[in-house]
Design a protein around this ligand. Structure first.
Ligand code: FAD
Ligand code: SIN
Length: 537
């Protein structure tokens, strides 16, 4: 089966939906999303979106905080552009109906939150469920839009690229690699559909599920990075995986974040004895940059042998806590933790991918007609460590810029007869009866990444990780061609490839910087490593 569309958007988080809504003004849009449309990291975002609104704040301060957090690797031009575009993009959301928290019920003034690494209050939020409010509003707008069709339970497998068509004799060679859509698995019907498009957008989010412990939802398996890399897009800075310092530690809790905003509003980190420890690590104490707080907790836990540390906000007024953090309050209560009365047990967990598919200032990759926006992209904004709440901001700014730039591609391609693409050929593949192999490999990758490529790395651990991932890759390769593709198998294949990219990038960088900390090279090496780690197929 083949479906033709002007724009193919892969992913229904903030980046994909924002792009789709704007692009629908100039063409037809198909959004494919691998589970239910709400299932995206965006839906779970708590803290908010950073942007300059306070009279006491300035673009220069936001730029400085972002550059300081990025530890020398941000692209300053990009940082300036994103920060300056921020207020307009927030106003776009407000005009679409996003209900951000105000200073008072009848006030127009936004209530601005505080988070680690920010020198001013600048986090625009909807209490502690910002992402849910944004996702809900964008999906509502998509539902009202006749030019957009959304396909749930449709998982992109691989991009349809020119060189593959040339190889099969379908088109003649063009000098630059070009993307014409993607092969997509219709999960319910177990069939592969060829989506043929004039512009294709990867907005598939991050890769948290590659680690045993993560704040991310299950969709975060690095599919976009894997698809882009296989098609020939350059990948950058994959060693910079951000670990959020405070995820709920409870045997029954899966992936529940305790927002940095809790520390922003006075929450303090304590050890088991009830003593503060962050003042020993950084002058900004509990509000130091995320890489520093996560590493400090990791060190405290290694020294003490404890399972977790504690985050305490119970000294603040109980009504205030319930009003400001209703979601965190309710969720902790289901585990019999009353955050108005007692500290919350927390541990660091994998949270955000600072690297990704390398793009320019318009979200363009080095393949024609192919864009990457949101967490899947490496734009130069975050450098070696993302500043809190700069991710949703980046997605908004780049979605808008990518629409403007891809409009030109659409115009150039409008007259082109869309390629008659080959249908998916499953050859002699059969249904797998060995799903245990897939789940075993998933578990092994997640454990090895946590143990060997986590918050603190060494050369020896990275070498071990590389050897293990090579074996798993070989097994998956064999398995992949023998059996009919399923969502689990596709995710495993992508996860293994992205694990390899992280390990390779971490092994290349012979220094410590931002989120990459290697005990064998504990210092910055500005002479050799004040640059991105770029790899391609
Ligand atoms: P996502 O929102 O993750 O969307 C990705 C989409 O792609 C999903 O719909 C997914 O199903 C789909 N997809 C993936 N692979 C495929 C495939 N192969 N085929 C089809 N569809 C596919 N950032 C902030 O700035 N502020 C915050 O307060 C904040 N809080 C956070 C809290 C949590 C718990 C988490 C996990 C993250 C938080 N972040 C925050 C980070 C931020 O939410 C994400 O970086 C951002 O939402 C990413 O948006 P996105 O559109 O790029 O991807
Ligand atoms: C949080 O609420 O702590 C998450 C913020 C972020 O990831 O930027």
């Amino acid at each position: 089966m083949e479906i033709q569309t002007d724009y193919l958007v892969i992913g229904s988080g903030i980046a994909g939906l924002t792009f789709a809504l704007e692009a629908s003004k100039s063409g037809t849009v198909a959004i494919v999303t691998k589970k239910e449309m709400m299932e995206a990291s965006t839906n779970y975002a708590q803290g908010g979106i950073s942007s300059v609104f306070d009279l006491d704040d300035s673009f220069e301060l936001h730029i400085k905080d972002t550059l300081d957090s990025g530890a020398g690797l941000c692209n300053e031009e990009v940082v300036r552009m994103v920060v300056k575009d921020g207020p307009a993009r927030i106003r776009d959301l407000i005009s679409m109906g996003v209900n951000f928290s105000r200073q008072a019920e009848d006030s127009d003034e936004l209530d601005l939150g505080m988070e680690g690494g920010h020198s001013k209050r600048r986090i625009v939020h909807t209490k502690d469920r910002t992402g849910h409010e944004v996702e809900r509003t964008l999906l509502q707008k998509v539902a009202e839009n006749d030019n957009i069709t959304i396909y749930e339970d449709h998982m992109a497998i691989d991009l349809l690229i020119q060189s593959k068509l040339v190889k099969r004799g379908i088109v003649t060679s063009e000098t630059r690699e070009t993307c014409w859509g993607a092969y997509v698995l219709d999960v319910e019907e177990s069939r592969v559909i060829t989506f043929v498009s004039r512009v294709t957008v990867l907005s598939t989010g991050g890769v948290g599920k590659i680690y045993l412990y993560t704040s991310n939802p299950d969709i975060a398996s690095g599919d976009g990075v894997a698809m882009g890399y296989r098609a020939g897009v350059k990948v950058a800075n994959m060693e910079f995986i951000q670990f959020h310092p405070t995820c709920l530690y409870h045997p029954l809790a899966k992936n529940f974040l305790i927002s940095e905003a809790v520390r922003g509003e006075g929450g303090i980190l304590l050890d088991r004895k009830g003593d503060r420890f962050m003042e020993r690590y950084h002058p900004l104490k509990d509000l130091a940059f995320r890489d520093i707080v996560a590493r400090s907790i990791d060190l405290e836990l290694k020294k003490s042998g404890d399972d977790c540390v504690y985050l305490d906000i119970s000294h603040r007024d109980a009504d205030y806590i319930r009003d400001r953090f209703p979601h965190i309050y309710e969720n902790c209560l289901t585990y019999q933790i009353d955050i108005t009365k007692e500290p919350i047990p927390v541990v660091p967990a994998a949270h955000y991918m600072c690297g990704g598919l390398l793009t320019d200032k318009n979200g363009m990759t080095d393949i024609s007609n192919l864009y990457a926006i949101g967490e899947v992209a490496c734009t130069g904004l975050h450098g070696a460590n993302r500043l809190a709440s700069n991710s949703l901001l980046e997605a908004l700014v780049y979605a808008r810029r990518a629409v403007e730039r891809s409009g030109l591609d659409l115009d150039n391609n409008r007259e082109i007869q869309l390629k008659k693409a080959p249908l998916w050929d499953s050859g002699s593949a059969t249904d797998s009866e060995e799903m245990v192999v897939v789940s075993h490999n998933w578990d092994e990758i997640r454990s090895l990444m946590w143990n060997y490529v986590g918050i603190v790395r060494t050369n020896k651990r990275l070498k071990r990780a590389k050897a293990r991932i090579e074996n798993i890759q070989a097994e998956i390769k064999e398995y992949y061609w023998d059996f009919i593709v399923s969502r689990d198998l596709l995710e495993l294949r992508n996860l293994a490839l992205v694990a390899e990219l992280i390990i390779t990038s971490a092994s290349l960088r012979k220094e410590s910087r931002g989120l990459h900390y290697n005990l064998d090279y504990p210092d910055h090496d500005n002479k050799h490593w004040k640059r991105d780690t770029v790899i391609s197929i």
